[in-house]
Design a protein around this ligand. Sequence first.
Ligand SMILES: Nc1ncnc2c1ncn2[C@@H]1O[C@H](COP(=O)(O)OP(=O)(O)O)[C@@H](O)[C@H]1O
Ligand SMILES: [Mg+2]
Length: 235
Amino acid sequence: MTDIHAATRTRSPNFRRPRVVSVLSQKGGTGKTTLSCALAALASRAGTATAVLDLDPQASAAKWHDLRRANGEDDPPVFATPSSRMQALVDALGRDGAELIVTDTAPHSGADAVTVARLSDHILIPLQPSFPDLSAITRTIDIADLAKVPATIVLNLALVNHPSADDARTVIKSTAAVAAPVVLHRRVAHVNSFNVGRCAAEYQPGGKAAHELRTLFEWLQGAGIVPTPGKGRAA
Ligand SMILES: Nc1ncnc2c1ncn2[C@@H]1O[C@H](COP(=O)(O)OP(=O)(O)O)[C@@H](O)[C@H]1O
Ligand SMILES: [Mg+2]
């Protein structure tokens, strides 16, 4: 699964392009890296051959994987790469058996973001339900539209017992975008788990953060956005 030298092999007749889900937002700090790593970890645990492409020069997802390895877990592999190499890596990982590739991206990436979007099957847009973030969301939705790739907003970092997520849904309804029904609230387990190379569902399986994350993941599987093992390639 981690043999990227498979790039030199010829494409077998059984080659199936992996599903590419890119986590994109023109704003920093919306939870792109946390969400990318968490979804990839859950997919990998569910039995889907998964890899992460880290397109952010800050390489936070790659660092998360370093911590993960240090704690005894190798999957999912994370490859830090410039976006100009994304297509080649998707092909190489596909030849090597990858079924799902989750792409973590840099904020403010403009034209680069359009390139990444065009190479994706689906875009996830983490959105903090606050006024400045909502004002900036159309820029990311426009990128998905331009690339003609379906996009789903994931409300993240919502305050507990606060109406901001519901208010954000009202604003989202006035756009062409769709939001996942599950909200990820601001919970410390997301921070603590990332710091040891895990996701909240692995770190504190009985916690609220874990429950929300698993519910989101299952919804993404049900919607065909991420593959369900045994069901073939997602829609
Ligand atoms: N649901 C959440 N609850 C609490 N903290 C979160 C949550 N999602 C992300 N964070 C924290 O917010 C900060 C930014 O998240 P990060 O994933 O690095 O965003 P981005 O990649 O979009 O810049 C990090 O410190 C991360 O631990
Ligand atoms: Mg990031």
